[in-house]
Write a protein that binds this ligand. Structure first.
Ligand SMILES: C[C@@]1(CC(=O)O)C2=NC(=C\c3[nH]c(c(CCC(=O)O)c3CC(=O)O)Cc3[nH]c(c(CC(=O)O)c3CCC(=O)O)/C=C3\N/C(=C\2)[C@@H](CCC(=O)O)[C@]3(C)CC(=O)O)/[C@H]1CCC(=O)O
Ligand SMILES: NC(=O)c1ccc[n+]([C@@H]2O[C@H](COP(=O)([O-])OP(=O)(O)OC[C@H]3O[C@@H](n4cnc5c(N)ncnc54)[C@H](O)[C@@H]3O)[C@@H](O)[C@H]2O)c1
Length: 199
């Protein structure tokens, strides 16, 4: 069974073992969610070496020391023995582990995801059909277009003011429910009014 949660990766060490196309895909996802990555591999795709300060690449065979104090480790090598070793080291050190495409060696599995600013959709099929997850996210992409990046910010700002303004949680919930599907312009105006009235 998988519990759906959101991981706070800010300031945490995330280690990726491997430097091929599968590692690249995972690292791109991690960067997209603002994580900092330490990658260890015998060799790296050139694009991985050019990913900037958020990705530190170390050319080396995997060693247990590389994962000390890691919050999360992802193993994406083409060597099954190395992948298993990484998993076992993680177990011994109580570190969360994902071995790509090997659910039996995963504490954490990757989901199909869509990020619209702070609005995040994450779909898992519990390993049954990753392609179905991808398709569902594809549909959500159309329904929740890029305008949601601003909308979610506005909703957050309005909610913060409502929390100050209305102590009665039943009334506050009603107010919050009334605004969630307003268009961006209306939300901007509501926030402007609240800000002027508050200040
Ligand atoms: C969501 C996504 C995220 C990502 O990978 O970042 C992801 N797989 C994706 C795509 C994908 N993976 C595979 C194919 C080929 C078609 C097929 O086989 O179906 C495609 C399609 C493609 O490539 O287009 C092969 C595959 N995957 C796993 C196995 C092992 C097995 O089933 O036993 C095998 C067979 C390997 C073999 O042949 O030996 C296992 C896992 N794959 C997961 C995640 C986790 C469960 C997610 C969930 O709960 O739904 C889990 C359990 C562990 C993990 O890897 O974390 C990503 C979507 C892309 C996106 O949306 O960005
Ligand atoms: N490429 C795909 O689309 C795909 C899809 C599904 C599964 N896979 C599987 O995922 C794995 C990785 O795929 P890939 O395409 O990225 O492979 P790849 O061969 O391009 O990369 C493997 C990486 O692992 C590194 N590596 C090997 N031994 C190591 C060690 N001891 N220490 C540190 N690094 C080590 C290599 O240097 C290389 O950078 C493979 O097992 C592959 O079968 C690949």
């Amino acid at each position: 069974m998988y519990l759906p949660v959101m991981l706070n990766t800010e300031g945490k060490k995330i280690v990726v073992i491997g430097g091929g196309s599968v590692a690249l895909e995972k690292i791109q996802k991690l960067i997209n969610f603002d994580a900092r990555v330490e990658a260890v591999s015998l060799n790296f795709l050139p694009s991985l070496l050019e990913m900037g300060p958020k990705v530190q690449c170390r050319v080396s065979p995997y060693h247990k020391d590389h994962i000390t104090n890691a919050f999360l480790v992802i193993s994406a090598t083409n060597d099954a023995l190395v992948n298993r070793q990484v998993y076992e080291d993680c177990r011994a050190l109580h570190i969360l582990c994902n071995v790509v495409d090997q659910p039996d060696l995963c504490d954490v599995v990757f989901t199909s995801a869509l990020k619209r600013g702070q609005l995040i959709f994450s779909v898992s099929t519990s390993g049954q059909s990753p392609i179905l997850g991808q398709k569902i996210i594809g549909k959500l992409k159309e329904e929740y277009d890029e305008s949601w990046e601003e909308k979610i910010k506005l909703l957050g700002a309005i909610r913060t003011i409502f929390k100050e303004m209305e102590r009665d949680s039943v009334k506050r919930n009603k107010m919050l429910r009334a605004i969630i599907y307003k268009d961006t312009e209306t939300l901007r105006r509501i926030l402007e009014k609240l800000t002027i009235n508050g200040g």
